[in-house]
Design a protein around this ligand. Structure first.
Ligand SMILES: Nc1ncnc2c1ncn2[C@@H]1O[C@H](COP(=O)(O)OP(=O)(O)OP(=O)(O)O)[C@@H](O)[C@H]1O
Ligand SMILES: [Mg+2]
Length: 242
């Protein structure tokens, strides 16, 4: 379970994340939706201790991420798929992660198979990877420690339709086994088919959250897309350049 309580992040006088609170439940897929610059990545970075909140707290299993013993075995993270070492092969990236988190080597082959990277692809250097291949490698890295929680920032970015379908199945399966999934997107279409729950952020603030059914009921004839567009447009701040 993931909890954010009154998370706030300021950069100088600019408030990127403003009093954000939510709970992400196990056994469900939670979509974190918001337009560019809404604060999704900033929230996710605070969840895993990569950015310090100006105010508020983020907990995983009831503790700050940094206080978890061997967090790599409990929480799988994909924040920036481009952040892999470009000079290493995909297999080397995963093997190093396995060594660092104490995961047995055989797991590298397992996750490569799960994300559909072939032996040949895994032997290529990451700098030569396509965006979709990089994304698959990032997901493989997140799955490596057989975690209970997945935190994925825009994991569908760069995936082709088959890749998006594959990822949906993967995340639904992960949640069905009791896992907790938080995935962000700026596109409702990417997550509405997979998300049980939705958290919508605009201008650093939560503008809607609930189960997809609740939000669909709230939207009525207007539909989710229009509802969220209205809600996030009305929170856009002056001085924020999209
Ligand atoms: N280090 C920083 N210094 C100053 N402002 C920042 C910093 N990091 C993020 N911001 C600002 O905080 C706001 C939220 O950014 P964030 O990256 O969290 O948005 P996002 O929802 O992930 O957007 P996207 O869909 O484009 O990935 C933006 O206005 C961004 O410019
Ligand atoms: Mg982002």
């Amino acid at each position: 379970m993931i909890t954010a309580e009154h998370l706030t992040r300021r950069y100088g006088t600019f408030t990127a994340v403003d009093d954000v609170s939510f709970t992400v439940e196990p056994g469900r897929v939670t979509g974190f939706l918001g337009p560019n610059g809404a604060g999704k990545s900033t929230v996710m970075r605070m969840l895993v201790g990569l950015s310090r909140p100006t105010a508020g707290v983020a907990h995983l299993f009831g503790r700050p991420y940094a206080a978890l013993p061997n967090p790599g075995r409990r929480v799988g993270i994909l924040l920036d798929a481009a952040a892999q070492h470009a000079g290493r092969t995909g297999r080397e990236v995963l093997t190093l992660s396995a060594l660092m988190t104490g995961v047995e080597r055989a797991r590298v082959d397992e996750v490569l198979a799960v994300v559909g990277l072939t032996d040949k692809e895994a032997a290529r250097r990451v700098r030569n990877y396509s965006l979709g291949m990089r994304q698959r490698l990032g997901i493989a890295n997140a799955l490596l420690g057989d975690p209970e929680v997945l935190i994925l920032d825009e994991p569908a970015n760069g995936l082709d339709p088959a890749g998006i379908r594959w990822m949906r199945a993967l995340l639904s399966g992960f949640a069905a086994k009791g896992g907790t999934v938080l995935l962000s997107s700026h596109l409702l279409s990417e997550i509405e088919k997979v998300a049980d729950d939705l958290i919508v952020i605009g201008g650093g603030r939560i503008v809607a959250q609930g189960t997809q059914e609740e939000l669909l009921a709230q939207a009525g004839d207007q539909g989710l897309e229009e509802l969220f567009f209205d809600l996030t447009a009305s929170t856009a701040r002056e001085g924020v350049v999209a």
